[in-house]
Design a protein around this ligand. Structure first.
Ligand code: NAD
Ligand code: MG
Length: 399
C-alpha cells in the first residue's frame, strides 16, 4: 500500500518561494497534496494556482481581493473555499489535517501564522526569516512546547543544517563556528560614494538569485545577512560570537560549519531555492527538486573574502547591526526588523535614498526604549511602536 500523502499549507504561495514550493510539490503528487494556499496581491496568480493545485482552502489576506477571487472560483465550479483576512492564516497553518506548513510570507506579517503552526506541532518550513528575527526565543519556545519540527529553508541555514551532525545534543560541544556565505549582492564592487544614487531597479537586480523585492533590497544592503545571522542564533542556539560571514560571490557554497577539530563542512549547489525547499519537504529523505546539477567543468573558480576591511564596513554598514541588536535586551531584533521593513518600503516607494535605509535602522534602534516582550501580543505591540518610530525617521529624511 502507498504511504499516505503529506498535506501541505503554503503561506505566501504567490511569492518567489511560494511558486518554487508549488513547483517542487507538483513533481511529487504521490507524496504531497496541497491543503491551503495564501496570497496578498497577484490574485490572478492565486486563482491560477487554485485551479491547478485544487487546495481545500485559499486565504486572501487582502480583504478587497477576497470576494472577486471567490466569484471567479465559483464560476469555474471550484471546490476551493475562500477565507479572507490574516486570522485565516493561523487557521490553515494549525488545521488538524495539515502536516507541513511552508512559511513563505515576507516580513513580520507572517509571525502569527508561524506561531500557530509551531504551537500546533507541525513540520514548519521556515523561509520567512523575519518571523524568527521578530519572535526570537518566544518563537523557539512555541516550537518546543508545541512539539513542532522547525526546518530552515533559507539556503544558508539549510546548508548549515545539512552540514551539522544529526544529534543536536552534541552541537554545543563540537561546533566552533557557523560561517554564513554572502554573495555581496549587486553592489559588491560599486564605488561606495555612488550608493546614494542607487535606484530600486538596480537594488532589485541580484546577480545570482531571483527573489521578491524586499529580500532583494536586503541583499543589496547586506541587511539580509544581518537578519540571517540573527536567524542562525535562534535556529541553532549559537552564541553570536560564533557566527561569521564570508563573502563568496559565486553563491555555490551555501554556507559552512567549522568544528572544534578545524574541519570545515560545506554544502554546495547551484543557486536554486528548489533545493532547500525539497530538502525541507523530504527530510530526512531526499527527493528530486528540479535543480540542475553543478557543472564542475564550467566552474571557473570559487573565491572568498573575509568581512573585515574598512571598504566592506563602509559599503555594508548594516551587517554590524545584527550583533548590536543581539547584544540588546530581548525584543531588540524585532525593533531592527520593523525599522528595516519600513525603511525598505520607503526606499522602494522613492521616499528615501538607498544609503538612508541604514540611517533609519540606526535611528530607530537608538531611539526606542522598551520592556522586553513576554507574549506574542507584546511583540506585535513592540513591532508597531518600532514601525511608528521608523516612519518618523523616514519623514525626517524624506526628500
Ligand atoms: P515575495 O515578495 O516574492 O512573496 C511574498 C509572499 O507573501 C507573497 O505571496 C505575498 O502575497 C505575501 N505577502 C506579502 N505581504 C503580505 C502581508 N502583509 N500579509 C500576508 N501575506 C503577504 O517574497 P519571497 O522572495 O518569496 O520571500 C518570502 C520570504 O522568504 C521572505 O521572508 C524572504 O526573506 C524569504 N526568503 C526568500 C528567498 C528567495 O529566494 N526568494 C530565499 C530565502 C529566504
Ligand atoms: Mg539566504
Amino acid at each position: 500500500m502507498n504511504a499516505p500523502r503529506h498535506s501541505v499549507t503554503v503561506l505566501g504561495s504567490t511569492g518567489s518561494i511560494g511558486v518554487n514550493t508549488l513547483d517542487v510539490l507538483a513533481r511529487h503528487p504521490q507524496r504531497f497534496s496541497v491543503f491551503a494556499l495564501s496570497g496578498h496581491s497577484r490574485i490572478d496568480l492565486l486563482f491560477a494556482q487554485c485551479m491547478v493545485h485544487k487546495p481545500r482552502f485559499v486565504v486572501a489576506t487582502d480583504a478587497q481581493a477576497g470576494p472577486a477571487l471567490q466569484s471567479r472560483l465559483a464560476a469555474q465550479g471550484s471546490a476551493t473555499r475562500v477565507l479572507i483576512g490574516h486570522a485565516a492564516l493561523d487557521e490553515v497553518a494549525a488545521h488538524e489535517e495539515v502536516d507541513m506548513v511552508m512559511a513563505a510570507i515576507v516580513g513580520a506579517a507572517g509571525l502569527s501564522s508561524c506561531m500557530a503552526a509551531a504551537r500546533a506541532g507541525k513540520r514548519l518550513l521556515l523561509a520567512n526569516k523575519e518571523a524568527l528575527v521578530v519572535g526570537g526565543s518566544l518563537f523557539m519556545d512555541a516550537v518546543r512546547t508545541g512539539g513542532a519540527t522547525l526546518l530552515p529553508i533559507d539556503s544558508e541555514h539549510s546548508a548549515i543544517f545539512q552540514s551539522l551532525p544529526d544529534d543536536r545534543s552534541i552541537w554545543p560541544s563540537v561546533v566552533e563556528k557557523i560561517i554564513l556565505t554572502a554573495s555581496g549582492g549587486p553592489f559588491r564592487t560599486r564605488d561606495p560614494s555612488t550608493l546614494r544614487d542607487v535606484t530600486p531597479q538596480e537594488a532589485c537586480a541580484h546577480p545570482n538569485w531571483s527573489m521578491g523585492r524586499k529580500i532583494s533590497v536586503d541583499s543589496a544592503t547586506m541587511m539580509n545577512k544581518a537578519l540571517e545571522v540573527i536567524e542562525a542564533k535562534f535556529l541553532f542556539g549559537m552564541d553570536p560570537s560564533r557566527i561569521a560571514v564570508v563573502i563568496h560571490p559565486q553563491s555555490v557554497v551555501h554556507s559552512m560549519v567549522q568544528f572544534v577539530d578545524r574541519a570545515v563542512v560545506a554544502q554546495l549547489g547551484v543557486p536554486d531555492m528548489r533545493g532547500p525547499i525539497a530538502y525541507g519537504l523530504s527530510w530526512p529523505q531526499r527527493i528530486e527538486s528540479g535543480t540542475a546539477a553543478l557543472d564542475f567543468s564550467a566552474m571557473t573558480g570559487l573565491s572568498f573574502e573575509t568581512f573585515d576591511s574598512p571598504d566592506h564596513r563602509a559599503r555594508f554598514p548594516g551587517l554590524q547591526l545584527a550583533w548590536e541588536a543581539m547584544a540588546g535586551v530581548s525584543g531588540t531584533t524585532a525593533v531592527l526588523n520593523a525599522a528595516n521593513e519600513i525603511a525598505v518600503a520607503a526606499f522602494l516607494e522613492g521616499r528615501i535614498r538607498f544609503d538612508q535605509i541604514h540611517a533609519v535602522n540606526q535611528a530607530t534602534l537608538a531611539a526606542l526604549h522598551f520592556e522586553p516582550p513576554v507574549s506574542l501580543q507584546a511583540i506585535l505591540a513592540l513591532d508597531e511602536k518600532a514601525r511608528a518610530r521608523a516612519l518618523e525617521a523616514v519623514l525626517s529624511l524624506a526628500r
